[in-house]
Design a protein around this ligand. Structure first.
Ligand SMILES: CC(C)(COP(=O)(O)OP(=O)(O)OC[C@H]1O[C@@H](n2cnc3c(N)ncnc32)[C@H](O)[C@@H]1OP(=O)(O)O)[C@@H](O)C(=O)NCCC(=O)NCCS
Length: 179
């Protein structure tokens, strides 16, 4: 991998830089950035929440990932639970590490940074598996997750206020390595 180093990220202190990366990678309005800032800072108070960043030599943040052990009382979990229950996969909500966000600046995509971020974060998880949600379309994110061993647990999952449905995916840990 060129140009960026993966390492621990003090996400609470660098939340504005991280959201600027997410805004470019994923697309966020100014209003959504404000909402996300509040959500990220609250997430970081959860037991076991961890973040990694990809940083250039000059210290610029160009990618980040964060997640935490799943908690069935968290909002995300309560939204996906009925969908997973309907497909008989809701046991994935227990003993699972949730990937909450993964974003790489567009200028730095396609260099292995995203793969390295998610693999490094989940390698340190105590849980035997990982879950996440991704917009339910064919995308680089969905291709990456599949290549790491994530499979669909539920599809067409509707989050209130999200414009498009999501797929919920799960993978055993450690994540599969590329051949
Ligand atoms: C998803 C994302 C984080 C991947 O980061 P990245 O650093 O570009 O990914 P990598 O270079 O590590 O590539 C890993 C894999 O992703 C997939 N991938 C990456 N770019 C792709 C593209 N343009 N088309 C299809 N698959 C692609 C491939 O499976 C690739 O593996 P390969 O290199 O062995 O073929 C990045 O594309 C991104 O930030 N996207 C926008 C935000 C987003 O969708 N985040 C996820 C929210 S759920």
């Amino acid at each position: 991998m060129a140009d960026a180093v993966i390492g621990p990220l003090e996400l609470a202190a660098r939340v504005d830089e991280a959201l600027a990366v997410q805004a470019l990678a994923f697309g966020l309005s100014e209003e959504e950035i404000e909402v996300r800032r509040y959500i990220v800072l609250r997430h970081l108070l959860s037991p076991g929440a961890r973040a990694l960043g990809a940083t250039t030599e000059s210290g610029r943040l160009v990618g980040f990932v964060y997640g935490m052990p799943n908690d069935r009382t968290h909002w995300w979990s309560t939204v996906v639970e009925p969908y997973l229950r309907a497909s008989g996969t809701d046991d994935w909500l227990d003993d699972s590490f949730v990937i909450t966000e993964l974003h790489v600046h567009p200028d730095f995509q396609g260099r292995g940074i995203g793969r390295s971020l998610i693999t490094s974060l989940t390698d340190e998880a105590e849980q035997p598996r990982s879950i996440l949600s991704a917009v339910d379309v064919e995308s680089p994110a969905r291709a990456l997750y599949r290549s790491l061993g994530y499979t669909d647990l539920a599809r067409r999952v509707v989050f209130p206020s999200a414009p498009s449905p999501y797929a919920v995916m799960g993978a055993p840990l450690p994540l599969r390595r590329a051949n």
